[in-house]
Design a protein around this ligand. Structure first.
Ligand code: ATP
Length: 193
């Protein structure tokens, strides 16, 4: 899977709609202080499902919406779209949108989906909001100082197996619910005998 394009509208300092083409290989973002380099990386992470406002450098998630300047009014929504290209050449578009007072929602090729569907999509493709492939300022130091268990999580994400943990948890929950149902059924049968 390859990210082909990042589209932002109303996200942090990117008030006007903007498209960024992402080519194959390593992509670096350079520019003067405060021009929005970190905001771009945060937009990618946010559309991939990041749910911590703190890691978006805000107090609440609505802080990702353009807050206005002396010359421009604030916006009521922010939207980020990621266009993905599969190895077979199929395109998939993931969109996350947040509106003031209404929370955020995801769409996959125009269909409403859950946050979990989006994070599984990226986890299976060995990437995601916490992917070691997204290297922000301070990240290299954090990786070097990481505890073994944290480093293992990084390796699992890079290997594309992080999604398996989520599926295993789901399967375990279903198994427990089924076992409880079977036990209840045994009780009902015993009552009737
Ligand atoms: P540096 O090189 O100094 O780390 P940078 O290029 O990474 O900077 P960012 O931190 O991405 O820059 O962008 C900072 C800019 O984004 C600031 O000017 C800040 O005011 C603006 N900004 C952040 N959130 C919002 C928002 N919700 N609405 C409007 N502008 C915002």
């Amino acid at each position: 899977m390859q990210i082909k394009r990042l589209r932002l509208s109303g996200f942090k300092s990117f008030v006007d709609p903007v498209d960024l083409r992402i080519e194959r290989g390593l992509t670096g973002i350079v520019g003067p202080n405060g021009c929005g380099k970190s905001n771009l990386l945060e937009a990618l992470r946010w559309a991939m499902g990041e749910n911590s406002a703190r890691s978006m450098r805000g107090a609440g998630m609505e802080d990702v919406i353009f807050a206005g300047t002396a010359h421009r009014p604030s916006r009521d929504f922010a939207e980020v779209s990621i266009l993905l290209d599969s190895a077979e050449g199929d395109e998939t578009e993931v969109v996350r949108r947040i509106e003031r007072g209404a929370g955020s929602a995801y769409r996959l090729d125009g269909r409403d989906v859950r946050a979990k569907d989006v994070s599984l999509l990226f986890a299976d493709a060995a990437t995601g909001a916490h992917s070691p492939a997204l290297v922000s300022q301070g990240r290299i130091g954090a990786v070097i100082a990481a505890k073994p268990v944290e480093r293992r999580a990084l390796l699992e994400e890079a290997a594309g197996i992080a999604g398996l943990h989520v599926r295993r948890k789901d399967a375990e929950q279903k198994l427990r619910a089924t076992e409880a149902n079977l036990a209840r059924l045994d009780e009902v049968i015993a009552d009737q005998e």
